[in-house]
Design a protein around this ligand. Structure first.
Ligand code: THU
Length: 144
């Protein structure tokens, strides 16, 4: 995984992160107040966005990344995913440090890579710096 400034990213990477930042607006996070947005890029150029959706039964809360990833494969079952961007805001401020996917989301990412035999780049946004993982295994070595 690499630390990188937003300003030096490729234009398609900036566009995907911008979509993830916008998607934080649709987050439903009354319990954590942590508004997360995710944007998935498909191999045909389609961008799909999603956000975290919480529930008063806390174990039913779903991360933005998984809402986006599962929406993608549920609606575009034969189209590989090539990248995902994630951003988070708290009290209308984007986090200074990059937001990183939880372990469950990493596991889902790994299986989607295998399913389509295509690496999924993961872009994690922070106001001060970003992280880039070139594929899901970088985030989850020795995955189940
Ligand atoms: N969350 C995400 O949506 N993605 C992450 O990468 C980290 C955590 C959500 C889950 C929960 O709704 C809230 O953020 C606080 O953990």
């Amino acid at each position: 995984m690499e630390t990188i400034q937003f300003s030096v990213l490729a234009s398609w990477e900036k566009e995907l992160i911008t979509a993830a930042k916008q998607a934080t607006q649709t987050s439903y996070a009354p319990y954590s107040q942590f508004n997360v947005g995710a944007a998935v890029l498909l191999s045909d150029g389609t961008i799909l966005t999603a956000s975290n959706q919480e529930n008063r039964a806390y174990s039913a809360c779903v991360c933005a990344e998984r809402v986006a990833l599962l929406y993608a494969t549920a609606n575009y079952a034969n189209t590989p995913l090539t990248a995902i961007a994630v951003a988070a805001s708290q009290h209308q401020q984007f986090t200074a440090q990059p937001v990183t996917p939880c372990g469950e989301c990493r596991q889902v990412l790994v299986e989607m890579q295998e399913r389509f035999n295509t690496p999924i780049q993961v872009l994690m946004y922070g106001e001060q710096s970003c992280y880039i993982a070139r594929n899901a295994q970088e985030l989850l070595p020795a995955a189940f």
